[in-house]
Ligand binder design. Sequence first.
Ligand SMILES: Cc1cc2nc3c(=O)[nH]c(=O)nc-3n(C[C@H](O)[C@H](O)[C@H](O)COP(=O)(O)OP(=O)(O)OC[C@H]3O[C@@H](n4cnc5c(N)ncnc54)[C@H](O)[C@@H]3O)c2cc1C
Length: 579
Amino acid sequence: MSHYQAPLKDICFNLFDVWQLDKYWQQQSQLQELIEADTAKAILEEAAKICEQQLAPFSGEADKQGAQLKDGKVTLPQHYKIAYQSLTEGGWTSLSGDPQYGGMGMPKALSMMVDEMLCSADIAFSLYPGLTAGACVALLQHADETAKALYLPKMYSGEWSGTMCLTESHAGSDLGIMRTIAKPADDGSYLLSGSKIFITAGEHDLTSNIIHLVLAKLPDAPAGSRGISLFLVPKYLPDASGEPGERNGVSVGSIEHKMGINGSATCVLNFDNAKGYLIGEPHRGLACMFTMMNYERLSMGSQGLGAAERAYQNALAYAKDRTQGRVTEKDANKAEPIIGHADVRRMLLNIKAINEAGRTFATWVASLLDKAKYDNCPVSAQRANLLTPIAKAFMTDQGFDACVTAQQVFGGHGYVKEWGMEQLVRDVRIAQIYEGTNGIQAADFMLRKVAADQGSVLLTLLAEINAEMAATPIDAAASLHHYIDQLQSLTAELLAQDGRSQSRNACDYLTLVSYVLYGYMWYKNLTALQSSLHAESFIEEKQYTAAYYFERILPKAEGLLAMLRCDSAIMDKFAPEHF
Ligand SMILES: Cc1cc2nc3c(=O)[nH]c(=O)nc-3n(C[C@H](O)[C@H](O)[C@H](O)COP(=O)(O)OP(=O)(O)OC[C@H]3O[C@@H](n4cnc5c(N)ncnc54)[C@H](O)[C@@H]3O)c2cc1C
C-alpha cells in the first residue's frame, strides 16, 4: 500500500517565500480580512489531515471496489461518503467560493494546494468536489441572480454536486458536431434530448442532487461550435422551497469500466425531454463552459503533480529500504540500499526536480488568476491564459512520466498491486486525455495563445524574465539566459510559418516552452532562498535539486530546439498508405 504525507513545507515555501503571496493578500482589500499566512497554514494542515488519514490509506480499496451501477443507481466505494462528509462539514467544498453565496472566498493559490493534496490522496475522489467547484465558477460568472441564489449555496456546501456534460459518442475534441438538442418550452425553460458519454460524477450516492451543466444546440443554432448553448439541468428539479423535488428526465445508461480512477463514476447520461435552464447567451455556451474548463485545466495539472508527489514519496522510501547489489560494501553476501545506485538516484532526482518546479509553476499560475480576479489586472489574466495549456499538458505529461519512473524504482514490485504504484500509473494516465487532450492543448497554445497575438504575451514575459535575471543574477541559473534567447528567436521563426506547420510543431514547442519556464521556476526558488531563513539542510537540498535541473534536465531543450528547427513537412509527406 502506498503512503502519503502532504508536502506542507514545500507548499508554504512556494506560497510565502517564492511568490510572497501573504504580502499580496495583506495588500488586497477583498483578501486582507480573510487570510494571512497563519490562517493559510492552519487551513493547509487541516486539509492535509483529511487527505493523509481519511483518503490516502484507502485509495487502494476504492480502486478495488470502484463505482457500481445497479438498477439505475450508482454506489461509490464505502469510505467516500465519510470522507465527503468530512470535507463538507469542514467547509472544504466552499473554499474558493464567493462569500455572497456561502463560499469561503479563499484565493486560488491556496485552494490549488488543497487540490494537489486531494489528488495525491485519491484522484478519483477529488473529481467529485473538483467538478462541483468548476461548475460553481461557470454559474457565478454566467448564471442570472435567481439561479445563483438557488444553486450556489447548496453546491458550495457540498449538499449538491456538479458535472460538465460536453462529450457525445461522435463528438469529443470536435464539439461543434454535437447533436443534443434543446427545444424552448412554454415556461421559458428548455427540454433537452440527447445522449452524453464519459460524464464524470454523472450519477452517484454522495449528494442529494446533481446539477448538470450541459452543452446542447437550440433548434435555430448556427452550424459548428458557434451554435452551442449552455444549460443547467438538475437531476431533481428544486421545489418551491428549493429542495430536491420532481425527478427530471435525465438518467444513467451505463458506467464505463476503465483503466484507472475506478472510484470515479464515468457515466453515459441520457437526456429525455429533460428540463433545463439557459445559462448565459444563446449560442455562447462554449465560451461559458470554457470558464469552467479553464478552472478544471489547472486542476488537471494538480492531478499530474499530486500523483507524482505520492509516487516520489513512495519510491524514495522504497529506495532507502530495498537492498540489492553493492555500492561501497565489498562483502559479496551483503546487499546495500538501492538508493546508492547511480541510476536509482537519476530516477529519483528527475522526479523531484520536476515536481518541485511544477509546484512553483502551479502557484504562479494560480496567483496570476487571483490577481486577474481581485485586481482586474489584464496582464495577469493574459499570462494565466497563456500558461493554462502548459499547466494542463506539461504537468500531466510529467506527472505520468514521474509515476512510471517511480514504478521503475520498485523493479518488479512496482508492477504488482501490493505497493500501489501501478494504481498511480493507471489513475494519472487519464489526466493527459480528458479536459481536451494534450494534443489539443498544444494546438491551443501554439495557434491561439502564441501565434494569434504574434507571440506578444509570451515574448513580453520572456523579456521580463531576462531583465529580472539580469537585475538579480544567480550563477547557478546562468544557462537559462541562453535558452530564453534561443526560445525568443525560435518563436519568431515559428511565427513566420503557416498554420499547418505550426500545428506540426505545436506539441514539441509547448514542451520546449515548459522546460524553459520550469528553469525560471528554479531561478525563483534559488532567489527565494537568499532572502528567507531556512535550515541549512533545506537550502542545500533546494540548491542541489536546482543544479540537477539546470545540468541534467534543462539541456533537453537543446534537442527540442534542434528538432523544431528541422523542416516538419516530412509528417505531411506521408500518404495514408505510407503508414
Ligand atoms: C474517464 C473519463 C472521464 C471523462 N469525463 C468527462 C466529463 O466529465 N465530461 C465530458 O464532457 N467529457 C468527459 N470525458 C471525455 C473527454 O474529455 C474526451 O475523451 C476527450 O476530450 C477526447 O475526446 P475523444 O475521446 O472523442 O477523442 P477524439 O476527439 O476522437 O481524439 C482522438 C485523438 O485525435 C486527436 N485529435 C482530435 N482532434 C484533433 C485536432 N483538431 N488536432 C489535433 N489532434 C486532434 C486527439 O488529441 C486524440 O489523440 C471523459 C473521458 C474519460 C475517458
